[in-house]
Ligand binder design. Structure first.
Ligand code: SF4
Ligand code: SF4
Length: 112
């Protein structure tokens, strides 16, 4: 379970992209792409892009997660997640996620 908490604290275990990837479910890929296009105002997201095994798991990454600044920062510092970082409470980058998904911060606090 803990390895499925992403660097920023999202729960990859409940992410539709990961669920669709593990089950190789093209219907769920299409539904997830449609949902994320609306939710994130991102018209370029296609069903083919919905492939991700999780932020901290080996394997495919959704392209946003591949280039995510938070993930890159945590990995470059040798951290498992931002929970390992002394700057967590003051970090403007990760706050960009936590202001919209407060449970991600709760997940990180739970890891500590
Ligand atoms: S890393 Fe992958 S599984 Fe985790 S939140 Fe991002 S898209 Fe979903
Ligand atoms: S500086 Fe911010 S993004 Fe980087 S590891 Fe620390 S909390 Fe995470």
């Amino acid at each position: 379970m803990e390895k499925l908490i992403s660097c920023c604290g999202l729960n990859c275990a409940t992410c539709d992209a990961r669920i669709a990837t593990i089950a190789d479910n093209n219907d769920l890929r299409a539904k997830t792409a449609a949902k994320w296009r609306d939710q994130y105002n991102a018209s370029a997201i296609t069903a083919e892009m919905i492939n991700c095994t999780g932020c901290r798991e080996p394997g495919a990454k959704f392209n946003h997660c591949e280039v995510c600044e938070i993930r890159k920062c945590a990995v470059s510092k040798g951290y498992q997640t931002c929970a390992d970082c002394d700057n967590l409470d003051n970090c403007a980058i990760v706050k960009g996620v936590h202001q919209y998904v407060p449970e991600a911060l709760e997940n990180l606090k739970f890891l500590n």
